[in-house]
Ligand binder design. Sequence first.
Ligand code: SP5
Ligand code: ZN
Length: 342
Amino acid sequence: MKLIYSDDHKGHTGGKELRYDKMIPMSESPERMDMIITALSNVGLNDIIEPKSYNLDIAHKIHDPAFVSFLEHAYPLWEKEFGPGGFATAYTFGMRGMAQTPNASIHSMLSCYTFDVCCPIVSGTWKAIRSAVNVALTGVDQMQQGEKSVFSLCRPPGHHASKDMAGGYCYINNAAIAAQAHLDYGAPRVAILDVDYHHGNGSQSIFYDRKDVLYASLHARPEDEYPFLMGYANEIGTGDGKGYNLNIPMPIGTTFDLYKNNLKIALKQISDYDPEVLVLSLGVDTFAGDPVGGFKLQSPDFEVIGNLIAELRIPTHFIMEGGYLMEALGENVKNVVTGFSS
Ligand code: SP5
Ligand code: ZN
């Protein structure tokens, strides 16, 4: 399987996140990519392609252009007020039910365009965001040129990012952009399977009223876990999209027995949908001991996940999402790939 990857994400570092009552270095770090690349190359998966450069046209089909422009300009605006070396982060969030009047200040923009305390914007963030989109779109092009499956090693991840909001380490939704690009190349239907531990609220919201993209997610239940407000099983889509959104929430402590059964349910629905392409939002933060997760999957389980997905026999576009336990991240991602390829 070809890997698409660029080092251009590396300047997206040094930001902090508020984890409950503590300010900590972001769990989502550049070193994550080193772990993954090393583990993949150890088993001979070292066919790495540099991304091509694309304009923002497809990004603008998924995201509000004003939001994208905010992401580009947020850090320089922040730096004008606070000086270099820090990170932009919101102080207030949407005040439901109250009249609100956004303005041109960086703080107002952060309040409008982010939804949580884990999407800091540093000097290198925009370059990383652009690169992740290029990595995703180069994967689409590779599949267009005949590759049956490719792995876009995107960083930062994307599945929490909605049309006009960043959050959860995510700024631009790489998987959604990839799905849209596959459609634009002529695929009538694309499915997104999201196996990240967290519900992909952004991906769900982007495609919630559409039937040309099926979104199926396995994740920790909102009663227990971030993003706390979405991801319930009764969220099945709306309008044309009704029946094309599948959420399978599971409790903290979930082991592979339950997970595997639920994965089979999601795969069955994807198979019935008969998509031309499967976009896999691949997070391995379901691993036991992940510092941001709470499930109990073991490393060999990821091989089974890859294997079950491959049984669909659908061209599959891997897009990297979460996974934060550095010692295990590389092996777990590698296991999904080898399970898929075997
Ligand atoms: C892409 C991705 O995986 N984003 C995740 C963002 C989650 N940030 C909030 C973390 C909430 C902390 N839960 C801690 C569980 C400790 N076992
Ligand atoms: Zn996650």
